[in-house]
Each structure stands twice: as C-alpha cells, then as structure tokens.
Write a protein that binds this ligand. Structure first.
Ligand code: NAD
Length: 361
C-alpha cells in the first residue's frame, strides 16, 4: 500500500515536471498574494480560489464553474481572471481587490446544493479576504446556496435580499463603452446606424442587443443556441449569421460576449471591423494579438475596462451610486483612449499601466 502511494506520488511529480506550469514562478510573475485549493470528494468539490490583491479592499470576483481538460488549465484560468479583477476594480475606482474562484465541474454533478454549500464553507474559511459572486456556469440561485455557509457572497437572488443578476448593468456599461469608442474613433455622437456584430446573446449579449437597438444601431448576431438568435431577430430586427462566421462580418463594432481568447491567430486574419468592444473576459489569446490589432488600426477596447458594470452592480447597492461609477468607468476609458492616441501605445497596454499605477504606487 505504501509502495503504491509512493509510486503514485512520484508519478504525479514526474507528470507535473513534464507537463505543467511552474506555479510559484507563474504566481510571482503575475504579482499574486495567495492561491487556495480545496478538495472535498464527498461533495465532488475541486475548487481553486486565487487572491491577486487585497490592497484596495477584499478580493472580489466571480466563481466560474465549468469543465476543464486539466487541473493546470483551471489554475491558469483562476490566475488570469483574478488578476483581471484587480485591474478592473482599480480602474473602475472601486474599493475592492481582485480574486477569482474556479470550480471544476465533474462530468456528472450528483448534488448541486451540496457542491455549492461545500464551496461556501471554503469561501468562509478565508475569513472575508475573498468575496464570491456569479460568473460563467453559476447563477444568483447558486449564490443563495453558497450564502447558507458564508456571508462573503455578492449577487445573491433578489428574492433572498441580494443584488440579483449583474448582467444588465454589465450590458449597460458595455453599451456606454461602445458609444465612447465610436465617439473617439469615428467622431460620431450617437450609435444611429452604427453596425454592431454581437457574438453571444446570453445574460449580457441579449440586454446589450436591446440597449444598442434602442440607440438606433444595426445588429448582426450569432449564438450557438438558435433560440437566443431568434429572439434578437424578432425583437431587434437583427441579422443572424452562423457563429463560425461572426468574426468576419464587415461592421463598425465587433462585440465579443461569449468566450475568452476570441482574438487569436485564427480569428485575427478575418476581422473586418473598426472597433472591438465587448463583455467577454480575457479576449486577447496573447498580448501579441493586441499589438497586431493596433498595427492594423483596429481599436481594441480592453475587456476589463468596459465590462466592470457587473462588479459595480454587486458591490454597490444604491442605483445612483452605480450610475455614478459607470460614468467614472467611461471617463477612465475616454482618458485612456486619448492617452493612447497621444502616446501611440495600444489602449490595452495603457490600461495596464494605469491600473498598475493605482495598485502599486
Ligand atoms: P452566458 O453564458 O449567459 O452567455 C454566453 C452566450 O454565448 C450563450 O448564449 C452561449 O450560447 C453563447 N456562445 C457560446 N459559445 C459561442 C460561440 N462559439 N459563438 C457564439 N455564441 C456562443 O454568459 P454571460 O454572463 O452573458 O457572459 C458573457 C461573457 O461576458 C463571459 O465571457 C463572461 O465572463 C463575461 N462577463 C460577464 C459578466 C456578467 O455580468 N454576466 C460580467 C463581466 C464579464
């Protein structure tokens, strides 16, 4: 038995040596404070909480629940997303640090309540250093379950006294950000007849389509779910295209609202847009893609600058405070676009510089 375990441990170490990221080097390079792991086999929980920074306040960030091919993929996702949250909160002027939880969804989840209760206990064990919230694969109802075990949860359902789904506020912020980008690049004061191609019509993409349609924009839309597409065609007179071709639609603004890493070696050849501005987190597969867009004269609005509406929604209870923060977010965006025009540095790099000044000065 001991021998088997020893063999298993050395196999594990050998596999990590050959296949995986060097966790401490990676964490150090990205400026991390702490990373926590929880395994609770009885409740099928395998979770990672990455805390990037608590300098400006407790580390807030959603809990993402999805399948991952490897544990390293899950760790990488948690690290990248947590760092993005620190930068997002800093630029939005919020009293919050950056963190993220990643829950590895098993092939078959037997008891969702037990799973999220166990995660709630994990969050509680960190004593408020990390505040969890809704993200891909979780809902306000899951937050209600988590709230049975911890107070450190944001965005529980309205029926249980929480702030509810933040997505409409995210969509509102993205629409305002698109207006700012159109004004900056195209010198247009309204979205009347501006053509926007939206990828993904879920919690954010659908209300974004509604907001844009109300401002007179023309819409082309794509989603892997045909019913999501149909309601936008019916309600907003949107033009549907296959989800594989949305990248090459000739438009003024391409708004990614589905997946991360959509600006990559493959898609970058096809973009036929003047602006890229959408809600999806981590849109650039790699920094070099941001540089390539800049060289091609495509204005890429950094995702974590434009999609802070959700964080604003869950952190601030009062609607007028939320509006005030959204306007602050747009002022920051306008300032960074102007700074980028002056310096010739792409906006995504200017955004990092601005965020790091706030975080580390
Ligand atoms: P969601 O899961 O509700 O919606 C995503 C939509 O994209 C779904 O309708 C899905 O069918 C569609 N989709 C998936 N793959 C696609 C593909 N290849 N092509 C076209 N459509 C595809 O998620 P959401 O809450 O709307 O979030 C969208 C993105 O915005 C995510 O990256 C999320 O991390 C980010 N984000 C969301 C919020 C928020 O408040 N919900 C806040 C900040 C950032």
């Amino acid at each position: 038995m001991i021998q088997t375990n020893t063999q298993q441990v050395s196999d594990f170490i050998a596999r990590r040596k050959t296949t995986c990221l060097d966790l401490f080097s990676e964490a150090q390079a990205q400026g991390f404070g702490d990373i926590h792991f929880k395994s609770d086999p009885a409740n099928q929980l395998q979770a990672i909480i990455a805390i990037h920074s608590t300098r400006l306040g407790p580390a807030a960030g959603g809990c993402r629940c999805r399948h991952y091919a490897t544990t390293d993929d899950a760790i990488e996702d948690a690290l990248r997303l947590a760092r993005g949250m620190s930068y997002k909160a800093a630029l939005a002027g919020l009293p919050s640090g950056g963190g993220k939880a990643v829950l590895i969804l098993p092939d078959e989840l037997h008891d969702r309540e037990a799973f999220f209760e166990s995660f709630g206990a994990f969050v509680e064990s960190l004593g408020g250093r990390y505040l969890t919230a809704v993200d891909s694969g979780t809902s306000p109802l899951d937050m209600d379950i988590i709230a049975r075990r911890t107070r450190h949860v944001l965005g529980a359902s309205r029926s249980s006294g929480g702030s509810g789904d933040p997505s409409p506020t995210t969509a509102r912020g993205v629409r305002m950000g698109i207006e700012a980008a159109v004004k900056h690049l195209m010198k247009r004061d309204s979205l009347e007849d501006i053509h926007v191609a939206i990828q993904g019509l879920g919690h954010v993409g659908y209300p974004l389509a509604r907001e844009l349609h109300a401002q007179g924009a023309r819409l082309t839309v794509a989603d892997t779910h045909s019913d999501h597409v149909e309601r936008c065609v019916d309600e907003f007179n949107a033009n549907p295209v296959a989800h594989e071709t949305i990248y090459s639609v000739e438009c003024d603004v391409y708004a990614p609202c589905a997946l991360g890493a959509v600006i990559n070696d493959e898609t970058i050849k096809h973009f036929n847009t003047r602006i890229i501005a959408g809600a999806a987190n981590n849109q650039l597969a790699h920094e070099r893609h941001g540089n390539l867009l800049h060289e091609r004269g495509i204005l890429y609005v950094p995702d974590y600058v434009i999609n802070a509406g959700g964080l604003i929604h869950v952190l601030l209870k009062d609607q007028s405070q939320r509006e005030e923060r959204l306007l602050h977010m747009i002022d920051t965006l306008t300032e960074l676009l102007e700074q980028s025009s002056r310096s010739g540095i792409p906006p995504f790099k200017e955004a990092s510089i601005m965020a790091e000044e706030i975080l580390y000065s």
